[in-house]
Design a protein around this ligand. Structure first.
Ligand SMILES: Nc1nc2c(ncn2[C@@H]2O[C@H](COP(=O)(O)OP(=O)(O)OP(=O)(O)O)[C@@H](O)[C@H]2O)c(=O)[nH]1
Ligand SMILES: [Mg+2]
Length: 363
């Protein structure tokens, strides 16, 4: 079909008759934590995206909700999880490669979320990211790192971080330890729920900013440009009940979920939700305040969504790309060594056996 130019009369729509302008969005949760986040998102409802959860643990899969669920590696784990071993998770993904490809389909934008530190999420998420990229999708990964008290799991998590970073267009790291500052007195499940909620809000926010009509619309290519501008990304969020732009900027910048230095950030995607009647000046003040300390040539786009449910509330969700974080610098260090040394040679960063490292999905 020739799509060089498409004509419609004034009252006809373009979107209904073509898949033009309608990006296909897929959200994939890997492992227990990833599955919990996606299940929450599914329950919240997300406009314009399919949800998929992949796990090696049958009991957990039965407990969550998603459009599609995929149990992988049943012959390896007998449906009982990867026992904290990423190499087992990865092996299960290798075995299920055909099914995974099939489930990933031809999405334009794929969100992948996992809690790093265990076996399934850490081993499977990079594998899925690579498959999705190979299929031509833009891949945004949201990964949490373990609590300091989980000690040994940090090693797994670092290996996962390192691999995920190289197969994601945008890589958003959230530190579970920040929950200790944000909600120190909540019981563990509820504290996790806070993080899951945030992950699902971010995915919902970005997706709906491109799939639902907004006052100032972000389209898929805007989002792609910012997210592909590279480097580590993080999320800032803030909410203010007085529609006070200065206060919402301050709250937003004080709320990163990773300890980051955003002063040299290269890009920002800012999504503002507010009730009807939001003055343009207020929206502009928010964007100006959030970006004041970024690079002068930073690529910034913002969208505004007006909805009655935000009456009296100013809510901001920002993804900043190209931020610096000590945690991520530590993971990346070996890669920047002279002489082409890579972390794949480093047993501390990649505790996966050579057999598991050797196989990568074919491009
Ligand atoms: N945000 C969040 N983090 C979680 C949750 N459960 C566990 N975590 C964190 O995520 C890490 C990985 O845990 P899981 O997702 O349960 O592990 P898995 O990927 O299922 O791996 P295996 O169970 O070993 O197959 C843990 O070390 C915790 O730091 C959760 O419900 N929400
Ligand atoms: Mg598990």
């Amino acid at each position: 079909m020739g799509l060089d130019a498409v004509r419609r009369t004034g009252s006809q729509t373009f979107l209904d008759s073509f898949s033009l302008g309608k990006p296909k969005v897929l959200v994939v949760g890997c492992g227990g934590a990833g599955g919990n986040s996606v299940s929450r998102l599914h329950r919240l409802g997300i406009h314009g995206a399919r949800t998929l959860v992949v796990n090696t643990d049958a009991v957990h899969l039965d407990s969550i909700q998603a459009d599609r669920k995929l149990l992988i590696g049943a012959a390896v784990t007998r449906g009982m999880g990867a026992g904290g071993r990423p190499e087992i998770g990865e092996r299960c993904a290798e075995i299920a490669e055909a099914e995974l490809r099939n489930e990933l389909g031809d999405a334009d934008l794929t969100f992948i979320t996992a809690g790093l530190g265990g076996g399934t999420g850490t081993g499977v998420a990079p594998y899925i990211a690579e498959l999705a990229q190979a299929a031509g999708s833009v891949v945004i990964t949201l990964a949490t790192t373990p609590f300091r008290a989980e000690r040994g799991r940090m090693r797994n998590a670092q290996a996962g971080l390192h691999r995920l970073q190289s197969v994601s267009d945008s890589f958003i790291v959230l530190d579970n330890n920040r929950l200790l500052d944000l909600v120190p007195n909540l019981p563990v499940e509820q504290a996790f729920a806070v993080m899951d909620h945030l992950v699902s809000e971010v995915i919902k926010g970005v997706t709906e900013s491109i799939t639902l009509p907004s006052l100032i619309n972000l389209d898929f290519n805007d989002v792609r440009t910012i997210l592909q501008s590279g480097g580590a990304s993080t999320i800032f969020y803030g909410e203010n009940a007085d529609e006070d732009p200065e206060a919402v900027v301050e709250e937003t910048l004080n709320n990163p979920l990773l300890d980051v230095d955003y002063r040299g950030a290269r890009g920002a995607l800012i999504h503002i939700s507010a009730g009807p009647g939001l003055p343009l000046r207020t929206a502009h003040e928010v964007v100006e305040g959030l970006t004041a300390r970024m690079r002068p040539d930073a690529n910034v786009i913002f969208g505004v969504r007006v909805d009655r449910k935000y009456q009296g509330i100013l809510r901001v969700l920002t993804i900043m790309t190209g931020v610096r974080s000590a945690a991520l610098d530590a993971v990346n260090q070996p890669v920047t060594l002279e002489g082409g040394s890579s972390a794949q040679d480093d047993p501390i960063l990649l505790p996966m056996p050579p057999s598991a490292q050797g196989h990568r999905p074919a491009r």
